[in-house]
Design a protein around this ligand. Structure first.
Ligand code: DAH
Length: 349
């Protein structure tokens, strides 16, 4: 009788997995046969009725049924888990045909790049790079540069005044000359450059901007002459525009220098033949400069009998425009990212 029951159970176990379609059903089936009151667990109780000499064989049969069940259970379970994993992988797969997000790589602003080059060259000649305030006092921007109130030279620098007549947005970086000398308290030599923003009430167009940058320079020492200035300017323009570039001084007029000059460089584009960059003259103006006026030295605490100096002011955008072939100054301020891509003449050629 127990043999029959065992036989039936074996047949049942062999078939019972056929209609199982989910992990949940499988776990229920497991409880049904192998749980505490499960069919296979319970069948052991029949052993009491089995004659002694057959008990061993009975035990082996029950074990066999249990092994068959367990093996089928594990196989089924693994196939469900595999299926689930496959589904997950398919859902989470990366679609490599999707277009990727474009990553733009930043680049140094070319105006900054030019200023850094100028700074490096002057630092290598022992100059300090200094800073000054953009909101400036009339005293430093004009008066101590030998431009008293009411002087017509002020008209050329149409200035943004902030409060009355005393506070303004600096119209040039030259006030930093005065500040540096006052701070130097008579110490020599002074060698400084100051790149910085300046402001004028100009209408913006291709060559004018109400905000622009200058690079100021000042040297004060003994026996400084115009030829020291020329030698110094020569170094920087050769560095920026090439070894073959020549420098020329033209007489000019600034209140704070005497004599004053305009600095021209030979045209790097046409090499003097005449082109539209140099307006067919073969020369391009890049700076104002001169020998520091004795009044300026005196007002800032330096005895002009003993000391002398030179000063210069470059237009930073103008130099960058020439160097990088940009024909509109507004390009520096219109936040067009294409303008800040790395390009200079060496790379373009
Ligand atoms: N500050 C002058 C300007 O804005 C430029 C300049 C000329 C600066 C002569 C100087 C200089 O230091 O010596 O037009």
């Amino acid at each position: 009788m127990y043999n029959k029951e065992l036989q039936n159970l074996l047949e049942e176990v062999n078939k019972c997995f056929e209609n199982i379609n989910s992990l949940k059903d499988l776990e229920e089936l497991h409880t049904f046969y192998m749980g505490k009151n499960g069919k296979i667990t319970q069948i052991n109780q029949l052993i009491k009725e089995v004659p002694n000499e057959e008990k061993r064989e009975f035990g082996m049969k029950v074990n066999e049924i249990r092994t068959i069940f367990n093996e089928s259970y594990e196989n089924k379970k693994n196939s469900f888990l595999d299926e689930e994993l496959n589904k997950k992988l398919i859902n989470e797969a990366i679609d490599i045909t999707l277009p990727a997000t474009k990553i733009s790589i930043g680049a140094p602003n070319i105006l900054e790049k030019l200023i850094e080059t100028v700074e490096e060259v002057f630092m290598s000649m022992g100059y300090d790079v200094v800073d000054g305030p953009e909101i400036e006092e009339d005293k430093f921007n004009f008066e101590m540069l030998n431009i008293p109130k009411g002087h017509p030279a002020r008209d050329a620098q149409d200035t943004f005044y902030i409060e009355g007549e005393e506070l303004l947005l600096r119209s040039q970086t030259s006030p930093v000359q005065v500040r540096t000398m006052l701070e130097g308290k008579g110490e020599v030599p002074i060698r400084m450059i100051c790149p910085g923003k300046t402001y004028r009430r100009d209408d913006d167009d291709a060559t004018h901007s109400h905000q622009f940058m200058q690079i100021e320079g000042l040297l004060v020492d003994k026996n400084i002459s115009l030829s020291d200035l020329k030698g110094t300017i020569d170094v920087i323009v050769k560095k920026l525009f090439g070894e073959s570039i020549e420098t020329r001084f033209r007489p000019s007029y600034y209140q704070f220098t005497e004599p004053s000059v305009e600095v021209d460089i030979s045209c790097f584009n046409c090499k003097g033949e005449g082109c539209n960059i140099c307006k067919n003259t073969g020369w391009i103006t890049v700076a104002g400069a001169g020998v520091v006026h004795p009044n300026v030295l005196k007002m800032s605490g330096y005895d002009p009998e003993e000391w002398s100096g030179f000063a210069f002011g470059f237009g930073a955008e103008r130099m960058a425009m020439l160097k990088y072939g940009i024909n509109d100054i507004r390009a520096f301020y219109n936040t067009d990212l294409r303008e800040s891509r790395p390009f200079d003449r060496e790379e373009v050629e």
